[in-house]
Design a protein around this ligand. Structure first.
Ligand code: ADP
Ligand code: NA
Length: 341
């Protein structure tokens, strides 16, 4: 009974990096052929930790530009920023009352981000997954392309949808809706590089908030020379690449670099190993650097061209928000009836 619809978003909380590109942005593009797609800049999620207002705006435009530069069509599909559609906050509140404290307490990302200082992080950081559930379910989205790190949050979105459907079942029926009012959204986490790791430590995720050496992270706006230098200095090992995928087990840095190559060239890891198996990193790294530079240069040039005209991005975001609000408002009219408001 649900229309196939995609929703995904990125937080404007730092410079975009290769993990965001391969785990999310690049995957957004082909989905446009089969789904109605809604790609959001989730600025309300960004402020769960302190954001300088000027940076927040700049990064918001940069993410919108990144979507368009990668090939998302903002006329056939929707690009907007979350804060412009107030229904996200409204549904999130209802979901705060559906979700259980215990569910939230089990989120590993919260535990990682709060660390030992959980008394002094924002309440919003704790409640973040219920806002994420609202983002998705406001549009009754059925598919959510994300990186592997978002898997647990997406499971929580499904739990919230299921509990809402269950708790309000009589009211859902009384108001004349299908038994399952909300779909249980499915994660789309496929192919190589769904978890891009730090270039300096194959056990740590590449992240906007990655602290320590900057050599760990490739930023989308890095220039060609910087990208090549970071790849050349990336941690690897002295062994040749295996010719089969299982040879990458227990070699996290090698697996990461091969995965990045595969994702950037739209090949499988097996195909890359068929080509480079037997060769060492002395040969593989320059090939990877060339590939990364050529793919990312096109993306970065187009992003630079777009952010140079903020008025045009603002127009695109406003038009997207108008179209998103139409869908969101309809859902909230229904949800209000179901809840008894
Ligand atoms: P970040 O973790 O960089 O702050 P967000 O939380 O805004 O990024 O996530 C935006 C998208 O990018 C999500 O779909 C997330 O899963 C994906 N993503 C973030 N880091 C990585 C990574 N290292 N590898 C693959 N995907 C990632
Ligand atoms: Na993340």
């Amino acid at each position: 009974p649900f229309t196939d619809r995609v929703f995904s978003g990125i937080k404007p909380s730092g410079d975009l990096h290769l993990g965001n590109y391969l785990g999310a942005i690049r995957r957004f593009v082909p989905l446009q052929n089969d789904f109605e797609c809604i790609y959001c800049v989730v600025d309300m999620h960004a402020i769960t930790v302190w954001q300088d207002p000027a940076d927040l705006k700049r990064w918001t435009y940069e993410i919108a530009a990144a979507y368009i530069a990668a090939g998302v069509d903002p006329t056939a599909h929707i690009i907007f920023n979350q804060s412009q559609v107030a229904e996200h906050a409204e549904l999130a509140w209802i979901f705060n009352c559906v979700a259980r404290m215990g569910w939230m307490s089990r989120m590993t990302q919260f535990k990682d981000k709060a660390g030992k200082n959980s008394e002094n992080v924002s309440l919003g950081l704790f409640a973040y997954p219920s806002l994420m559930a609202a983002d998705i379910l406001l549009y009754k989205a059925t598919h959510v392309p994300v990186g592997d790190d978002q898997k647990q949050h997406l499971e929580l979105s499904r739990d919230i949808a299921a509990k809402f459907n269950h708790d309000f079942a009589p009211s859902i029926a009384a108001n004349g809706f299908e038994e399952a009012y909300f779909p249980l959204p499915e994660p789309v986490i496929t192919g190589p590089a769904t978890r891009v790791m730090s270039l300096r430590d194959g056990t740590k995720k590449m992240s906007k908030s990655e602290s320590g050496s900057d050599m760990a992270t490739i930023y989308l706006m890095d220039d060609a020379e910087t990208i090549a230098r970071k790849i050349k200095k990336a941690k690897s090992d002295a062994d040749a690449l295996p010719s089969e995928e299982k040879g990458l087990e227990n070699r996290p840095e090698a697996a990461n670099l091969v995965g990045i190559y595969a994702a950037l060239s739209d090949k499988s890891v097996a195909e890359v190993l068929a080509e480079y198996g037997g060769q060492g990193f002395g040969a593989f790294k320059p090939a990877l650097a060339d590939l990364a530079v050529s793919v990312l240069a096109t993306q970065a040039d187009e992003m630079r061209r777009l952010v140079a005209d903020p008025a045009q991005i603002e127009t695109i975001l406003r038009s997207g928000a108008d179209r998103a609000r139409e869908i969101a408002a309809k859902t909230m009219l229904e949800v209000r009836d179901i809840v008894g408001f």
